[in-house]
Design a protein around this ligand. Structure first.
Ligand code: SF4
Ligand code: MG
Length: 332
């Protein structure tokens, strides 16, 4: 399948008074046309920084894309001028965030905001922009859209507001939609509706979606592929089924054990003990070693190689690599 976006060996650092934080440490993945890729991990793992770097939205300084490339339509986005990037944002790659209110202006009707957004990117009449706004509100399931255009953001529920933000993100028919924790602020029923909406929109428009979340449960229904991030790296990735039914990284297993399941009662939930390493001085070995029940001597000393288990499924863990013992002998 056609690759829409390629992230290659991305490194992002933040300079602070305490030193340099290595927030993203060599992240590589592709996004295919029409698929949903979920990037999953605890807060601070680098998943939001990765998505903001694709959009070139990390505050710089203190943030900096230190190395790597983000390829989109033959261009490396990390190398573009800010003016070129502005043309891509919204029109080719759109982003939505956890709190819909941050994307909406409370003092302007949603009709004005959507029409304004369209006219910024497209050379069309107000009347045509209004027509398009109505189509978009229809697409995201806002009832009675021509009436609703006249309303202000506070006149909508949280779920409806997120639908409006999604409509605004889609209005210029982007090829990529990045959604950072799009349902975290919503209650469970509304969450499910918004996730259904993503699937529905994807079917109708063919947009490729990246969903960023801390909750593996959220992506069980919508993701085609899942990348699990830990301490600035993708430690395991694969098709949804591979990650849910055949996880190999102890961290992925830990995440799965902490997801509430309908078929088990809550007592079986096991949170992952401990906390992630300090990314001011990331460990030389596996960053999960301090929390891992399977850690071996080699884990503390050397970062594991990437082991490929199938076309899509790969994992960075010494348990999967028969060279672990040899490697340990070499560094001892
Ligand atoms: Fe655990 Fe070692 Fe695998 Fe890291 S490399 S996850 S410490 S077994
Ligand atoms: Mg985040």
């Amino acid at each position: 399948m056609e690759k829409v976006l390629e992230v290659k060996d991305l490194h992002v650092t933040f300079t602070t008074y305490g030193g340099e934080v290595q927030a993203v440490r060599g992240v590589t993945f592709d996004l295919l046309k029409g698929e949903t890729l979920a990037i999953v991990g605890e807060s601070g793992c680098g998943k939001s920084v990765t998505s903001q770097s694709i959009m070139r939205l990390i505050p710089s300084p203190p943030g900096r894309i230190a190395d790597g490339a983000v390829l989109f339509k033959g261009k490396d986005l990390t190398k573009l001028k800010e003016s070129e990037m502005r043309d891509i944002r919204g029109a080719d790659i759109s982003m939505i965030f956890q709190d819909p209110m941050t994307a909406l202006n409370p003092t302007i009707t949603i009709g004005e905001q959507i029409i304004e957004g369209i006219m910024q990117h497209e050379n069309i009449s107000r009347q045509d922009a209004r027509k398009k706004a109505l189509e978009m509100l229809n697409l995201v399931g806002i009832p009675n859209p021509s009436e609703r255009l006249k309303h202000y953001p506070h006149q909508f529920s949280g779920g409806m507001r997120q639908r409006i933000v999604i409509a605004m993100a889609l209005v210029c028919e982007p090829e990529v939609l990045i959604a950072d924790e799009p349902t975290t602020a919503l209650d469970v029923t509304i969450q499910a509706q918004i996730l259904d909406l993503f699937k529905d929109i994807q079917k109708k428009t063919g947009v490729s979606i990246i969903i960023i979340t801390h909750d593996l449960g959220v992506v069980a229904q919508v993701a085609d592929r899942i990348a699990v991030m830990y301490a600035g790296k993708i430690v395991e990735a694969g098709e949804r089924r591979e990650i849910f039914y055949n996880p190999q990284h102890p961290y992925t297993k830990g995440l799965l054990n902490s997801v509430p399941r309908l078929d088990l009662d809550g007592a079986d939930l096991v949170p992952i003990g401990g906390s992630p390493p300090d990314l001011f001085a990331p460990p030389a070995g596996c960053p999960f070693a301090a929390r891992c029940g399977f850690a071996m001597e080699v884990c503390d000393r050397v970062y594991p190689y990437k082991t490929h288990l199938s076309r899509d499924h790969h994992v960075d863990c010494w348990l999967q690599d028969e060279r672990a013992q040899k490697m340990l002998a070499a560094v001892k």
